[in-house]
Design a protein around this ligand. Sequence first.
Ligand code: SF4
Length: 405
Amino acid sequence: MKYVDEFRDGERARLVAARIAAEVQPGRRYAFMEFCGGHTHAIARYGITDWLPQAVRMIHGPGCPVCVLPIGRIDQAIHLGLERGAIVCTYGDTMRVPASPAAGPPQGGQHPLGGREPQASRGAHEALSLTKAKARGADIRMVYSAADALRVARENPQREVVFFAIGFETTTPPTALVIRQAAEQGLGNFSVLCCHVLTPSALMHMLESASTHGPGAVPIDGFVGPAHVSIVIGARPYVPVAERYGKPIVIAGFEPLDVMQAIWMLVRQVNEGRAEVENQYVRAVTAEGNRTAQALVAEVFERRECFEWRGLGEVPHSALKIRPAYAAFDAERRFGLGYRGVPDHKQCECGAILRGVKRPDECKLFGTVCTPENPMGSCMVSSEGACAAHYSYGRFRGVPVVAAA
Ligand code: SF4
């Protein structure tokens, strides 16, 4: 297979679907979580669940970086743009994530994130986003890469420029690189608000959390493992997860045939009582991953003790912070930022969806109040979000088609 069309070939998909169906044991049920938002998107876009036997259920996981970003972190970025006069650079989807519904502190008072709250800076009880903050005068800029943010800093030597860095292990190396470049170039006006998170820690946390074992538990028989993340970290870091919790993990590419083959491999592992890490995505993922990228990340970042994930709460050792050697480029230290956790919109079910407890169409706001044009929660923002994927490709499923006379 050389070309992407071959990974989307309907005939081959039919064959793999038949193999999965043949492999499924009578009376047995299989629940697999696709951790990564890219897989959630592929499953929705290509209607993969329609190809699966009823006994195989796919559960959306928390692997969309925009979706798991907690409101408190968006608030920090907005604060830097609106109250501290910084140019805030970030990726496009991040700009639309709803922020805190609270108006912040009493006007003119001490801001909980650091610094003074200026008079009349925000309307009372208005939910902001970085896009809305931009409309209110904050200098928020969408960038396509960390390198773009560094360029903005070079072009604006009189201004503080903060790169609001989010993402899993895939986007961490470019952030590490620009921090090192900023140090080499002596850029005194550049810093990073680091919100990079780690996949294996989240997997372990999910398997240990009450939501998988307690009442209303979501049984998970195995995971479709991330594609791009695994290119960087390799297949090896998942081995302790599979061994400790007895859950098979199959790393898969993002094309529909990749995902279907991974599901087939998972069904076989479950049937055979195996809990191994297998690599379906051999054309890109190795056991070791990208050693150069790993070394760069290790030079610039270290693990946080704890980090809040939307939906998962505080997850130990699940995110990165900037090492003391690069402290000058750490926006949290530079601006004396504190962190304040903020609950989601009362009716938003993003938390339950990110834990695999609910489906998007079980949220009362889905498709009515909350749409991709007007997202109320983070899962409706990015195309990798479960709600956005279901809205784009699945919301009319089950609606009977009436032929015109
Ligand atoms: S539909 Fe909107 S409000 Fe409901 S869970 Fe999804 S993102 Fe949150």
